[in-house]
Design a protein. Structure first.
Length: 498
């Protein structure tokens, strides 16, 4: 049996399944041979004598390595150290949870994961101050689009509270999360390494990192220090686009064996939970609230034109149907390549445009279940389709699954379960007509997405996962608890179950 970090030459006695395995019977065992980080041969089990470092599969199922196509890496890593607020049933409850939260290294308290759209009471600065006192307290919404601060935190950040709520939304909230993520490089990198080990334990071989930072330096530093657990495509935001262009790098260029230049990330609207996603119909209770477009359409076109001219792909955050229309329009006008991130509410007429324009739908299936009650209430007046995964697939669009961690856990098995079964926690399935089949879900969890899934064949990169059950037939609960026995990155073992 191989040890963690060993480079495998032969995987013995494995069952092969998943997208890209159509030429192989599903009921036979195979030996998989690896040379130079790639699959060199497949043979019936025992037909060829194993060579080199051997990984005994013992009948486990082999699938292509999994990717998470939307991660805020440092935020996700640090959230694992923050006070969880997902169980907060009210603003009052959340404030009092924070009163007992542990102090972090800078003498502050940070909580994450609240969903104030479900709260029966309104958050106020006075309420939070009464519970948390003179210690700076920061409460980050699950969707990252709002942050609730107490007076001590506002003073620390040298910001005047905008109103009596103490709540910052959209760009001011992003600025706070950027400041909180700016931990010392050593602390941040240690947290990222821990997150990467967790990801590998769930079969993840790569991520698209969309941290709101200049990620090139951070990843170069981590690789130089020995980081070798995941492949990374890193994004860049508009504030750093000129800097990226000046480097001469294009999307797909490699900074190292593992780190690749990724897309320009542009946020064009808000979120459902913060009631700022830009929609064609108003939100309940306010005929004038259609959400917000955080960047004018003409400015979006200018950014994407600049990016496309310099070989940089685009990842465009669009949640509401109006934002999705503008994003698709911008792709059509500029000829840019890339993805729409989230695509949570899409007009029926826009759904076929994804495939026609070659725009990937980078979606987060766990969000569909997180938001099902909000979709059925505060989006009840919308006529566009929420989380239309099946419709996008039927129209020929390429689906790419992710978590948006820390918004949801970095776990592709949870994403697959939600996409296939459209249910969680024993509830009845939600809009089951938009479920996708297991082959699509697994393909969408590989680097190329549902229309170009990872393959297990000679010549393919040996990014592979051994799992305890066939994901093509696993139940919802079995997918969520899938046993990952080993993860290989270019044939090297990054996770090995004990």
């Amino acid at each position: 049996m191989s040890a963690l970090g060993a480079t495998v030459s032969t995987i013995v006695g494995v069952q092969i399944t998943g997208p890209g395995s159509e030429l192989l019977p599903v009921d036979g065992a195979y030996d998989v041979f690896i040379e130079g980080g790639r699959i060199s041969d497949l043979a019936p089990a025992g037909a060829v004598r194993p060579v080199g470092e051997v990984l005994q599969a013992d009948g486990a199922w082999l699938i292509p390595g999994l990717w998470d196509h939307h991660v805020h890496t440092v935020s996700a890593a640090l959230t694992r150290q923050r006070e969880p607020l997902g169980a907060a049933e009210s603003a009052f409850h959340a404030a009092h949870i924070m009163a007992g939260a542990p102090l972090l290294g800078r003498g502050i308290r940070v909580g994450a994961g609240f969903r104030d759209a479900f709260w029966p009471d309104e958050p106020t600065l006075e309420m939070l101050d009464a519970a948390t006192g003179a210690v700076p307290a920061y409460l980050i919404n699950a969707d990252l689009h709002s942050v609730w601060l107490n007076s001590a935190a506002f003073a620390r950040e040298e910001i005047t509270p905008p109103d009596a709520s103490g709540m910052l939304r959209e760009e001011p909230a992003f600025e706070i999360t950027r400041r909180l993520a700016a931990a010392s490089p050593d602390d941040a990198d240690e947290a990222v390494a821990d997150l990467a080990r967790h990801a590998a334990s769930r079969g993840v071989v790569g991520i698209v990192d969309l941290d709101m930072a200049w990620n090139a330096d951070a990843w170069s530093r981590r690789v130089a220090a020995g980081f070798d657990t995941l492949r990374v495509d890193f994004g860049t935001y508009p504030s750093e686009l000129s800097r990226l262009i000046e480097t001469g790098w294009q999307s797909g260029d490699r900074l190292s064996e593992l780190v690749t230049v990724g897309p320009l990330k542009v946020i064009t609207d808000g979120s459902l939970g913060t009631r700022t996603a830009a929609c064609s119909h108003p939100y309940p209770g306010d005929a004038h609230n259609h959400g917000v477009l955080t960047i004018p359409p003409a400015e979006l076109v200018a950014l994407m034109t600049d990016a496309a001219a310099h070989g940089i792909s685009c990842a465009i955050h669009a949640i509401g149907d109006l934002a999705n229309t503008h994003a698709l329009d911008a792709f059509a006008v500029t000829g840019a390549t890339g993805t729409i991130e989230h695509a949570q509410l899409v007009s029926a007429v826009d759904i076929p445009r994804f495939a026609r324009l070659g725009v990937g739908a980078s979606v987060q299936p766990e969000h569909a279940l997180d938001d099902r009650d909000l979709s059925d209430t505060i989006w009840s007046a919308q006529i566009a389709r929420p989380y239309p995964f099946r419709a996008l697939v039927d129209a020929g669009a390429n689906l790419l699954f992710g978590s948006d961690a820390p918004v949801a856990q970095l776990d592709p098995w949870a994403a697959m379960a939600s996409a296939i079964y459209r249910t969680r926690d024993g509830r009845s399935p939600w809009q089951v007509d938009q479920a996708v089949d297991a082959r699509v879900a697994l393909g969408a969890s590989t680097h190329g997405g549902s229309t170009a899934p990872g393959r297990i064949e000679p010549g393919a990169v040996a990014d592979l996962v051994l799992c305890g059950e066939d994901p093509m037939t696993a139940s919802e609960s079995a997918l969520r608890s899938m046993e990952v026995r080993a993860t290989l990155l270019g044939g090297r073992v990054t996770h090995l179950a004990h």
